[in-house]
Design a protein around this ligand. Structure first.
Ligand code: DX5
Ligand code: ZN
Length: 226
């Protein structure tokens, strides 16, 4: 099944002092989803935002709030993020011993469930939970910070996850170091959702989020046809 390419700007690279405005800007300028990076200073070496921030931005967009939890443990926070208005909640396979349970909880809260794997984690980590997934997130950098470079070895992993997903209705999302160039690599390998922080908010077209989003989408769509 070929899904349309979706662009999910990460608000990690937005101006936090004007977050509502920034979310409205990417919304009206053509983003598909809004990607929210939640970091705890424990699972990853950085701290960002929690459920209160998700609740605060919720009224600013009707688009999908794609919440990426880089936190451990994650289970105690699934309900707060669901109540705050997340549409998709993604947890890390490495964040705890009971990924299957976390995914069941997310769906039990009426939300779409995602599982993410960091660069060193093999795709087999999610092989036995595919039936519980709406999304697989392949990290293409080590999570923690925006502005890092795409790890080339991840192209092969994206291909393997694509094969593993087969015909199941599961999105394959990539996150980290996505630029016009790497968007093409990821899309060609089988990704259908591209997260981009720096490339949208601090991209080549300065201040033109819509132009940056369109460039990523065009590059990915063209690469698929090659
Ligand atoms: C990294 C985050 C990413 C990050 C992407 O831990 O999960 O979403 O913000 O930022 P860029 O696109 O700048 O690599
Ligand atoms: Zn992310």
């Amino acid at each position: 099944m070929t899904r349309p390419i979706l662009i999910a700007p990460s608000i990690l690279s937005a101006d936090f002092a004007r977050l509502g405005e920034e979310v409205r800007a990417i919304d009206v300028q053509g983003c598909d989803w809004v990607h929210v990076d939640v970091m705890d200073g424990h699972f990853v070496p950085n701290i960002t935002m929690g459920p209160m921030v998700v609740a605060a931005i919720r009224p600013h967009t009707a688009k999908v709030l794609d919440v990426h939890l880089m936190i451990a443990p994650c289970d105690p926070y699934l309900e707060p993020f669901a109540k705050a208005g997340a549409d998709i909640i993604t947890v890390h396979a490495e964040a705890g011993p009971h990924l299957d349970r976390s995914l069941q909880r997310i769906r039990g809260l009426g939300k779409k469930a995602g599982a993410s794997i960091t660069p060193a984690t093999p795709e087999s980590a999610i092989e036995h939970v595919l039936e519980r997934l709406d999304l697989v997130l392949v990290m293409t950098v080590n999570p923690g910070f925006g502005g890092q470079s795409f790890i080339p070895a991840m192209a092969d992993k994206i291909r393997r996850v694509r094969d593993m997903i087969g015909d199941r209705p599961i999105h394959l999302e990539v996150d980290g170091g996505i630029t016009v160039e790497t968007a093409a690599i990821a899309a060609k390998a089988g990704a259908d959702v591209l997260v981009a922080g720096s490339a949208v908010f601090r991209g080549k077209r300065v201040g033109d989020y819509g132009g940056n989003i369109a460039d990523l989408r065009d590059s990915a769509a063209a690469a698929r046809k090659l």
